[in-house]
Design a protein around this ligand. Structure first.
Ligand code: ZN
Length: 164
């Protein structure tokens, strides 16, 4: 693709290519984007401490009783800041899944992977990679959250796995 873009820059003056499938004209920015973001996790520290202890924890609003995942500093529902930390059951039901063959650049080094949404037994939904053969995955099946260290980066993450 790079060659085609360079040819088109010379010829047309723009970094454009024609999409193979749709024939639509596409802009290909030749500047590579490297993003490293820094964000405060001070308010969600218990979540990360929980992962280290193999626990999935989140926030619950003391005022309206709603659970939120990922954890929230303030209740998105009643806007109260009186949140408490609670441990979630890691068991739930698979709702939907999709296999990503076209990965975002930051995940391009991985093999095609499956992203799924599960509804945990506590009622909250969780989006995570699904670690199983996607052709054998069926919405409605029981799954659970597995906490492990992501290979390569070495930090904690969570995935969905079939629940036996
Ligand atoms: Zn609330």
């Amino acid at each position: 693709m790079k060659e085609e873009v360079e040819k088109n820059i010379k010829e047309f003056g723009f970094p454009v290519v024609t999409d193979e499938k749709t024939g639509a004209l596409q802009w290909v920015d030749m500047r590579e984007l490297n993003v490293r973001y820094i964000m405060s996790v001070e308010n969600t520290k218990p979540f990360f401490e929980g992962l280290r202890e193999n626990k999935l924890v989140t926030t619950k609003c003391r005022k309206c009783g709603r659970l939120f995942f990922p954890p929230q500093k303030d209740c998105p529902s009643c806007r109260d800041s009186d949140m408490e930390w609670v441990e979630l059951s890691k068991e739930g039901v698979l709702e939907t899944l999709t296999v990503l063959f076209v990965r975002p650049p930051s995940f391009a080094k991985y093999n095609p992977y499956t992203v799924a949404i599960a509804k945990l037994d506590s009622g909250v939904r969780i989006t995570a990679w699904l670690k199983m053969d996607p052709t054998k995955a069926k919405p409605g099946m029981r799954v659970r959250v597995e906490i492990s260290r992501r290979e390569e980066e070495g930090y904690y993450m969570y995935e969905l796995v079939p629940s036996e």
